[in-house]
Structure formats: structure tokens, C-alpha cells
Design a protein around this ligand. Sequence first.
Ligand code: FAD
Length: 277
Amino acid sequence: MKTPPLSFEFFPTKTPEGAVKLRAVRQQLYVHRPEFCSVTFGAGGSTQEGTFAAVGEILAEGVAAASHFSCVGATRARVREQLAQLEALGVKRLVALRGDLPSGYGAGGEFQYASDLVAFIRAETGEAFHIEVAAYPEVHPQAKSPQADLQAFAAKVKAGANSAITQYFFNSDAYFRFVDDAYALGVDVPVVPGIMPILGSSQLLRFSEACGAEIPRWIRLRLQAYGDDAASIKAFGLDVVTDLCDQLLSAGVPGLHFYTMNQSQAVGEILGRLQER
Ligand code: FAD
């Protein structure tokens, strides 16, 4: 099976040892010739300097890099400054997000939604960046309604986004329905499915609860039943996620974006299996 354009997402590491390991992970994944690699921003307490440093390394390795960029709590002056820093680094692609404030912080900041950030980036930097935005086939957890969320997505595209990456999902129907509905609203940019390899059980269950991604009952029960049996979880996860990618590729999706969790093995195995099909 021919794979479409691929992208790999990493998060910045916190230690020099972590950075060394991540370099090796990236090299293992570069054999799959990604269209670009992206680095998260401010997620899980990571620093923005860490994001820019990792993005700089990827560019120096000869691979296109996208910096995630969130605006929650930020001022226009600060965003302007950081955009200039990214342009100077040679970054041509951004994943523009609202982001989430850690609990305990008030809202503040001069941007309310990602659509405000997209409009600001376009107004300030013209076409300097290819802008990706986030999409939620299973509805963002804070959305007023599925329809309101869909309209918020369409507004981000209208504000100037070039393409979108979805939150991960395990139910492809949710993705297909979302794309059909978005296109009916006039969205005309590629919506690339975000793929989460199943690397373990408890972290995935906890994380999915927080970000509003549904783990179908049959997957959840199987994962819970495996308990600490990491080998069975891994084997099951590879089967489930390879089948999901297969379904998406058969339907002609415009690309696959992997949430690598800074690990190469599962993603490499999934891509290898897809090529054999
Ligand atoms: P928005 O598009 O602004 O939407 C946020 C909420 O507001 C939604 O519920 C939406 O329905 C609602 N909304 C939007 N516009 C309006 C409006 N005009 N009126 C009323 N309601 C509205 N987080 C990080 O911290 N760092 C990262 O690097 C990161 N990378 C991500 C990458 C991808 C591909 C995805 C899918 C998510 C990522 N996230 C990241 C998580 C993201 O920051 C959170 O999901 C956040 O809660 C929403 O960000 P957003 O850009 O989708 O926000």
C-alpha cells in the first residue's frame, strides 16, 4: 500500500540525555521521508525555548520543521516577537493553537481563540508561514455543541489556515463524518488524521479522557484485561492502529500525522506493515 505524505510530532525534551535519545529517534523515523516533523509548544509544562531548540535541530538535520504555537495567555507583542524568532530560524510551517492554561491560571492574554491567532499571523507575516490548525472529529471537550465546534473549525480555516491536523481517534467514522460536514460548510483545505500509536494502557486512557478522544469500549476493555502484559498491549495496539491507518488510506486521506510520543518503534512498525499490504 502506498503511503501518503507523512508527518511526525515530537515534544521537547527536558534533559540533555533526553535530547540525545530524541535525535536517535528522529533519525530512525527519517527513513520514512516525512514531509515535515513538528514540535509541541508549552504542552505538559515544556518550555517554548525547548520547542524552538528542537525545531532548529530538525531544520539543521535537513528536514522541514513545524513549530506548534499556542496563544493562550499571550500578548500580541510577545507573539510578534516569537514569530520573528521563528522566521529567523528558517521555520516555514506553524501549527497554530489556542492551547490550554495549566489549572489555576486565569484566562488573561490578548487572544481568545486559535482563529484570532491565525488571523494575527496572517496580518503580521503575510504568507511567510504555512499554517496548520487543530481539528476535533470527536468534538473538542469545551465546545458548546458539535455544530459550534465545527463552525469554530471553519472559522480558523477562513482566518487563513492552509491545512488541519486532527486530534487522534480510533473510530474512523467520526473522522469521515467530520470531514464531510466541514466540507459542506465550505472548508476546502486538507484535514490530515492524527494517529496515536497504542504504546501503553493507563496513560492512553487518562490522556484520552482529558483531551476528549474516545477509546471504543472494545479497545478499552481489551487494554484493561491485558493489565501489565506489555507485550500483548503492544501487539494488540499495532494491529488496531495499522487497521485504522489502512482504512484511512483506502479512503484516500491527504496524509497521516503521527503522535510519536518521542518513540520510533511503533510508528516504524505500523508504516512497515502498511507498505506490505
Ligand atoms: P480553538 O480552535 O480556539 O478551540 C478551543 C475551544 O473554543 C473549542 O471548544 C471551540 O469549539 C471553541 N471556540 C473556538 N472559537 C470559538 C468562537 N468564536 N466562539 C465560541 N467558541 C469557540 N496544546 C498545547 O498546549 N501545545 C501543543 O503543541 C498542542 N498541539 C496540538 C496539536 C494538535 C494537532 C491538536 C489536535 C491539539 C494540540 N494541542 C496542543 C491541544 C490544544 O491546544 C487544545 O486542544 C486546546 O484546548 C484547544 O486548542 P485549539 O487550537 O483547538 O483551540
